[in-house]
Design a protein. Structure first.
Ligand code: ATP
Ligand code: MG
Length: 385
């Protein structure tokens, strides 16, 4: 008899010939996330098993598993030899203190076992009922369930709980993104959503020191660390746009400040993608949220990007939907600390809401954008998270 954690994965079963690639990737991601613990992670058909861990570490291990993309759910289970008598004894013991309704679920991958899964559930259910007078059966909405997972190799797992994971695909299965990470609420959520779909995350943060404070940068590092729980290792590139903003402020019409700054940010982002071998730019934009996120603004900003897909996982989200996720992934409190973002430095009273490309190009011609961008790219700081 051994205590283990039994892990089930998500959409990997849909992947025909590529299935073993996804399975091995998730196995490696689980091993990496748990590398600081003394334990074993093994793959069996359609399951992963965490075993030989110290029971004192169990709750910490569970918190880590809850954050690994690709895991559908997992259970704290007891592993025993496939033997109906042993299964019965264990099931009765698991339910001995319980009061209320219950059901037994059986999954029988080993077809050599004499009874089929329905018969096993009925048999064990009957024995539990006989041993505990405080229980009755409810197969639809039971208070408790006993699950019996009989595997092909003579092993059976018995468990009473099932903890949901984040779902999605294992990180590393869906390309590499450069996340535009501000200190706000939206962009960390956008990064989480992409990691959940299997994307590796690098991030770029633009600051305007000394107009933005060192604390604003620390805040972004904290956010990246919180994102790391889901995405794994993150390369954070920190770029100063102070001179770009000063030049725009000095030479261009003030209502174009954010549009012009964002065009420079996207140019830098695409160049970084090309330099670092990243496949896509990801932002936390949501349609119509602010002046820079109207479709007209998105269009004139994105038009500087030559050949890199720009993905916006929150494009159709309401702010409150994003906030719910930011609370779930524990970035909300950090995101709402009151430090200035470079987008709020030199903020015009009336930013242009529906910019026209011809006018934007006229304003942009008043600065030497190319040289300013080159200069910004020469001083990029890399922080490995
Ligand atoms: P957020 O809550 O993520 O800051 P926001 O609602 O404040 O978003 P904007 O400031 O318009 O919106 O920014 C839209 C998107 O542009 C952000 O989600 C982020 O992806 C990117 N962005 C904005 N400011 C920065 C910055 N200083 N560094 C990197 N990316 C940024
Ligand atoms: Mg912002």
């Amino acid at each position: 008899m051994e205590k283990v954690i039994l892990i089930r994965y998500c959409e990997i079963h849909l992947k025909g010939k590529n299935r073993s690639f996804f399975e091995n990737l998730l196995l490696n991601n689980i091993k990496t996330a748990l590398k600081n613990f003394n334990l074993k992670v093994t793959k069996t058909p359609a399951r992963y098993i965490v075993s030989e861990f110290n029971e004192n570490d169990e709750s910490e291990i569970i918190e880590i598993l809850k954050c690994i993309p690709g895991i559908f759910s997992f259970s704290r289970a007891t592993k025993i030899k496939t033997d109906l008598h042993e299964i019965e004894k264990l099931s009765i013991a698991l339910m001995q203190d319980k009061k209320g309704t219950f059901k037994v679920n059986t999954n029988r991958a080993d077809k050599t076992v004499a009874l089929n899964s329905m018969e096993i559930s009925r048999e064990i259910g009957g024995k539990i009922l006989a041993s505990n007078k405080n229980l009755t059966v409810d197969v639809h909405e039971p208070n408790f369930s006993v699950s019996i997972d009989i595997r092909e190799n003579g092993e059976t797992f018995v468990f009473t709980d099932s903890i949901l994971g984040v779902g999605g695909m294992p990180v590393g299965s869906s390309g590499k993104a450069l996340l535009l990470l501000s200190g706000g609420i939206d962009s960390p959520v956008a990064g989480y959503m992409m990691a959940k779909r299997g994307t590796e995350i690098s991030a770029v943060h633009f600051h305007s020191f000394p107009f933005t404070s060192p604390e604003a940068k620390e805040k972004v590092i904290t956010l990246a660390n919180k994102l790391k729980k889901y995405a794994g290792k993150i390369n954070l590139y920190v770029v100063s746009v102070t001179n770009i903003q000063k030049e725009i402020h000095k030479n261009c019409h003030e209502s174009y400040m954010i549009t012009l700054l964002r065009r420079c940010m996207f140019k830098i982002a695409e160049r970084l993608c090309k330099e670092k071998g990243l496949d896509m730019i990801v932002t936390g934009e949501s349609l119509g949220q602010v002046a820079s996120q109207t479709i007209e603004s998105i269009k004139v900003v994105e038009s500087v990007v030559e050949s890199t897909p720009v993905l916006r996982p929150l494009i159709a989200f309401d702010k409150n939907e994003t906030i719910l996720i930011s609370k779930k992934i524990d970035t909300f409190k950090t995101s709402t600390l009151p430090f200035e973002d470079c987008c709020t430095v030199f903020l015009p009273d009336a930013p242009i809401i529906k910019p026209k490309l011809e006018k934007v190009l006229i304003e942009e011609s008043k600065i030497d954008a190319e040289n300013l961008i080159k200069e910004a790219m020469q001083n990029i700081e890399l922080i490995e998270i």
